[in-house]
Design a protein around this ligand. Structure first.
Ligand SMILES: Nc1ncnc2c1ncn2[C@@H]1O[C@H](COP(=O)(O)OP(=O)(O)OP(=O)(O)O)[C@@H](O)[C@H]1O
Length: 482
């Protein structure tokens, strides 16, 4: 088992008082945007099996995910507070005085809410068939009036950096709301041969619409940079919560895994492979629900593809072996994600180089710690298998096989897909004020954005070989649609 300093560093790729939940365009009020209406919901059993015990940490109680047969407390509405948008959060009072960073020992799950509810209406078992997003057509590209420009936003601090970009908190000068803008340096994108991926990212994100996927409001560019305007997801990365907690109790891992499963189900039903699942790309909204961000490797693939991309620890063996692959890779990565949430480290991690990780992936031998719940163990074995004819999610039943697995037995999928279930952890953020306290601090960009100048990515004929190869139909524009 990895010990000291396991993956403290993030892994990079290889190669107002109104309804604050309503996504709103930075310039124009959107008409068709869904609002998130939350009511208290039930997700869990009254009594847990081994490993399911979860203590409410209203004090500094350590949350244990070790073996326990404890009957868990039901959430009492008597303690209920009201969130700024009027929805129901039983332990919000706790957040007013205790944030995880301030009070929680690093090896505990901070401020985990009761995840186990006493519910009068027992949730139907295996309600996988009722998920509503599956049948919805892909969006037409989201339309906003006119094109954004840099002058529409006041640029603020950096929220995160990645292999190819930097994400800033920004405030719209039109509606004063906060957004996240991903800035990609064109020169860097070209140098790292990410032109096609970047254009794909924009196209994919503009089409998808799902409660657990980030909303892209629009894009623009100047001579040096590409800009993608997204909703600001205030709660920070699941990565940070996981590293602070070391590992999640079984029900907590299950909650996040279930939301990811719904998102994958949606993407796959539209022939989109995500290809970069990892805790760094899972953000928590202010209620603690997930939003998957970073569609840099997402691709519409009706059958198979060959590109080697992803993050080493999370790559499926068929990707490492340069075989053609399909959606199956996301189910493998879901297995790695669940393993990492339950154990605090990834199964093929190795202190050495990515090459060593790849070797381990190809061998596909996983040591399962004894504290993993038997149902979780079973699911993991069925996801982290190199045999594509056996991998759950890749079989005849598709994603429904995953949703119907016993580990997810108490999940009421239709309610979860409406966010009608309380999240296990509510990030301590002040809504609507651009509170970025949940994000790590980064050195800021020194080069000013929006400088005038020639755009090296727009060429007149005759085109260079690079232009023709990377963007054959672009008529000289490497990023024609930004
Ligand atoms: N909509 C958002 N709201 C808040 N923070 C965000 C948002 N999108 C991204 N971030 C932050 O910025 C970080 C980097 O974003 P992103 O992963 O899209 O960039 P990247 O260059 O593709 O990264 P990587 O190489 O790690 O995959 C994220 O890990 C997250 O912390």
């Amino acid at each position: 088992m990895p010990t000291l300093g396991f993956l403290k560093k993030k892994r990079t790729k290889d190669s107002g008082s109104r309804d604050l939940d309503a996504p709103t365009s930075p310039i124009k009020e959107s008409s068709g945007s869904p609002t998130t209406s939350r009511t208290s919901g039930s997700f869990h059993l009254h009594k847990t099996k081994t490993g399911d015990s979860l203590t409410n940490t209203t004090s500094n109680t350590t949350t244990s995910n070790t073996t326990s047969n404890t009957t868990t407390a039901s959430t009492s509405n008597a303690n209920a507070n009201t969130t700024p948008n009027g929805s129901h959060h039983p332990v919000d009072s706790m957040h007013a005085t205790s944030t995880p960073q301030q009070h929680t020992p690093s090896h505990t799950v901070p401020s985990i809410q009761n995840l186990i509810h006493a519910s009068n209406a027992a949730p139907p078992r295996n309600g996988a068939g009722t998920v509503q997003f599956h049948t919805q057509p892909l969006n037409q590209a989201r339309v906003t009036k006119g094109k954004y420009t840099l002058t529409d936003f006041a640029m603020q601090r950096t929220l995160g950096t990645g292999s190819f970009g930097r994400v800033h908190l920004v405030q719209s000068k039109h509606n004063q709301r906060f957004y996240a803008v991903k800035v990609l340096k064109k020169a860097q994108v070209v140098k790292m041969k990410q032109v096609e991926h970047t254009n794909d990212e924009r196209r994919m994100l503009q089409q998808v619409k799902h409660p657990f996927l980030i909303t892209l409001w629009g894009t623009f560019q100047d001579s040096k940079n590409l800009y993608m305007v997204m909703d600001f997801v205030e709660g920070g990365e699941l990565f940070s919560l996981l590293r602070k907690s070391q590992r999640f109790p079984n029900p907590v891992a299950k909650f996040y895994a279930a939301e990811v499963t719904l998102a994958l189900d949606y993407l796959h039903s539209h022939n989109i492979i995500y290809r970069d699942l990892k805790p760094e790309n899972l953000l928590l909204d202010r209620h603690g629900h997930l939003k998957i961000t970073d569609f840099g490797f997402a691709k519409e693939v009706p059958d198979i593809t060959w590109t080697l991309c992803g993050t080493p620890d999370y790559l499926a063996p068929e990707v490492v072996a340069s075989k053609g692959y399909n959606k199956s890779v996301d189910w493998w990565s879901l297995g790695i994600l669940i393993f990492e949430m339950l154990c605090g480290f990834t199964p093929f991690w190795d202190g050495g180089s990515p090459m060593k990780i790849y070797e381990n992936i190809l061998k596909s031998r996983v040591k399962y710690p004894p504290y993993i719940h038997p149902d979780a163990h079973d699911l993991l074995q069925k996801l982290i298998t190199p045999d594509l004819t056996k991998r759950l999610g890749n079989l005849h039943g598709g994603s429904k096989d995953v949703m119907n697995h016993p580990w997810f037995a108490e999940v009421t999928w239709d309610r979860l897909s409406k966010k009608d279930i309380d999240a296990p952890y509510v990030p301590p953020v002040r809504a609507g004020v651009g509170d970025a306290s949940q994000f790590d601090k980064y050195p800021e960009e020194t080069e000013a954005y929006g400088q005038a100048g020639d755009d090296p990515c727009v060429k007149s004929p005759p085109y260079t070989v690079e232009h023709i190869l990377t963007c054959p139909n672009s008529h000289g524009h490497l990023f024609p649609d930004f």
